[in-house]
Design a protein around this ligand. Structure first.
Ligand code: 16G
Length: 237
């Protein structure tokens, strides 16, 4: 007999097919699924995490569950760490640690990470270098239970450390915006005042769909750009 959550997972799969849902279309809420399939919240969650694991759906923290789009991942929207991103661009990544601190989650951070206000977080600020030259300035908040301050190793990739602690980052929701860094940020990045920069805010989640980090990264506008493959509706390029 298959487990109850596996039955629910296959009914969700079937539902996606029958309703011809497209990548990034929203699925019904947890509550609706509980009612439709007559199961507990735990079973719905187990079914969704099974579907997340196989890439059929993805979760956006605080928003809902959406139909996955594997072909987009293959076309340049792959989730990477700074270290992997730089390596794929032909640079050697390194960092200069500017700050590591124990802080309580503010209203904004607690909302983004889905934790109580005041929850202890590890805040890490690093100047991120490519071939030894400034590329980005990055501040990350990770819940201290996931990565306590004293266990952060500044010489290693943060994502590698999260993965070895059982929190491999597999999904993220990002906002990309234009910013003009302030004078301290300009100095660190090695650009003149008024220079353009790209700021990427990322809330990243692990396989269980739990948000594990909020990161804000300011990239030098003259050294960094995004390349994204896009499709019309669901057709191949
Ligand atoms: C990237 C991520 C950032 C993550 C960091 C980990 C973006 C926009 N942001 O900079 O969220 O914390 O990589 O890098 O890509 P690391 O594993 O090399 O320390």
């Amino acid at each position: 007999m298959p487990h109850k959550y596996e039955v629910v997972a296959s009914r969700i799969r079937q539902n996606i097919e029958e309703r011809s849902l497209k990548p990034n279309d929203a699925l019904p809420s947890e509550r609706e699924m509980m009612a439709v399939y007559g199961v507990s919240r735990m079973t719905v969650r187990a079914a969704i995490s099974r579907l997340i694991d196989e890439g059929s759906v993805y979760n956006v923290h605080g928003s809902g569950t959406y139909v996955g789009s594997p072909e987009h991942v293959a076309k340049g929207l792959t989730l990477t760490s700074f270290t992997e991103d730089m390596t794929s661009r032909g640079f050697t990544a390194s960092s200069r640690l500017l700050e590591v601190a124990r802080v309580g989650a503010t209203d904004v951070i607690s909302g983004l990470l889905g934790v109580e206000k005041g929850t202890e977080c590890t805040k890490i600020t690093r100047l991120r270098l490519a071939d030894g030259h400034p590329m980005a300035l990055e501040t990350v908040y990770v819940v201290a239970l996931v990565l306590p301050l004293e266990e952060f190793d500044a010489s290693r990739s943060l994502y590698d450390q999260l993965e070895s602690r059982g929190h491999e980052v597999v999904r993220a929701h990002q906002q990309i915006k234009a910013v003009t860094p302030d004078s301290d940020q300009c100095e660190l990045l090695g650009v003149s005042r008024g220079a353009a920069a790209l700021c990427v805010d990322r809330v990243a989640s692990d396989r269980r769909g739990n948000a594990v980090e909020f990161a804000s990264t300011i990239y030098r506008g003259d050294r960094y750009s995004f390349e994204i493959g896009i499709t019309k509706e669901n057709r191949e390029l």
